[in-house]
Design a binder for this molecule. Structure first.
Ligand code: AP5
Ligand code: ZN
Length: 215
């Protein structure tokens, strides 16, 4: 299956992506994760991306698109993939469509995680990420009293872009640039909305139900 997850910052895309991709045995390709790996690795791409990420702005399209093209050309993405965080605006969506057509394939479905802004802000304020396995936790919802990952024992960190003013900017950028993707994909007849409120397992169950007819 070739699938895209869209939704505002903090909707739970990364959280759901890890479970959905593993249930479907497809690679999870997260542009945010790739940028963060480059930032911590100190690469040229990381240095460039960090400037934009710290402000809550989008990294320029040409950089992001070249990175996604490389990743989609890898062997493990030939039978299917889950894209988390890409596309992020209509031009990226149009290029993705062309790129997949060159490969002789197309998207099967776009899942929109629907959740209100108050909940998103609560989720981002308490987010912690494992520096070793990348698993995402929440201080309150997962009752995390220490900064240790229960999955692998790695240490947890708070993302730099989860500071209040950066979160505000990321939400603005979502409304201005990413929300129009929802109508774009509705017109393409690829969009399915999933209620992303409630416990993580419940949201995964709804997502898997929505995906079942496309599997
Ligand atoms: P990216 O990493 O993609 O960030 P984002 O879209 O802002 O999304 P988040 O990762 O913040 O949220 P999420 O929806 O994955 O939520 P999560 O599962 O973590 O992008 C970061 C930056 O990189 C961008 O600002 C941009 O600069 C750049 N970038 C990335 N892609 C780009 C592109 N295509 N073009 C240009 N630039 C790009 O969940 C959040 C919290 O909630 C966690 O603590 C989690 O445990 C908790 N939670 C999740 N689900 C639930 C639930 N059901 N109940 C309770 N808690 C929950
Ligand atoms: Zn871990």
């Amino acid at each position: 299956m070739r699938l895209v997850l869209v939704g505002p910052p903090g909707a739970g895309k990364g959280t759901q992506a890890q479970f959905i991709a593993s249930n479907l045995s497809i690679p999870k390709i997260s542009t945010g994760d790739i940028f963060r790996a480059n930032v911590s690795g100190g690469t040229e791409l990381g240095k460039l991306a960090k400037e934009y990420m710290d402000r809550g702005d989008l990294v320029p399209d040409e950089v992001t698109i070249a990175m996604v093209r490389d990743r989609l050309s890898e062997d493990d993405a030939q039978e299917g993939f889950l894209l988390d965080g890409f596309p992020r605006n209509v031009p990226q969506a149009e290029i993705l469509k062309k790129m997949l057509a060159e490969f002789g394939v197309a998207l099967d479905i776009v899942l929109e995680l629907v959740v209100d802004e108050d909940e998103v802000v609560r989720r981002l304020a308490g987010r912690r990420t494992c520096s070793q396995c990348g698993r995402i936790w929440h201080v309150d919802f997962d009752d995390k009293k220490d900064d240790i990952c229960d999955a692998c024992g790695g240490s947890l960190y708070q993302r730099d872009d989860d500071k209040e003013e950066t979160v505000r900017r990321r939400l603005e950028v979502y409304q201005e640039q990413t929300a129009p993707l929802v109508s774009y994909y509705a017109e393409e007849e690829l969009l399915v909305g999933v209620d992303a409120a409630g416990p993580v397992e419940e949201v995964t169950r709804r997502a898997m139900e929505a995906l079942a007819p496309h599997a």
